[in-house]
Write a protein that binds this ligand. Sequence first.
Ligand SMILES: [Zn+2]
Length: 117
Amino acid sequence: MKKISILIVVLIAVFLLVGCQTSNQQNKGWQEWDSLTPSQRTTAEEITNVIGPCPCNQCSLTLTDCTCDHPQGALEIKTAIAEDIKSGKSKDDILEGLKEKYKLGDLEEAPELDISK
Ligand SMILES: [Zn+2]
């Protein structure tokens, strides 16, 4: 039985190592976001929920769901949010900073989709 548990531990270790390398190569930029604690992640998702649609203007997803790496897209903004949260900024400060930097307009009202386009 001992051998089996050692084997399982080794397999998990190999799996984790391979998984880390793959995600580092494919999603190098997601380290900041992925390293948030669960409570920091909750705060971060509250912020992305307020922002609403992904600001890259190329996706039809909400920022919370989007994982694009477009300019001003999910990767860029979520990384900025993660960095701000880790540096101890408040939710309001982070939103203010993002509004200014990405010209997100008034986030108090949920933006409506322009269906006339
Ligand atoms: Zn996007």
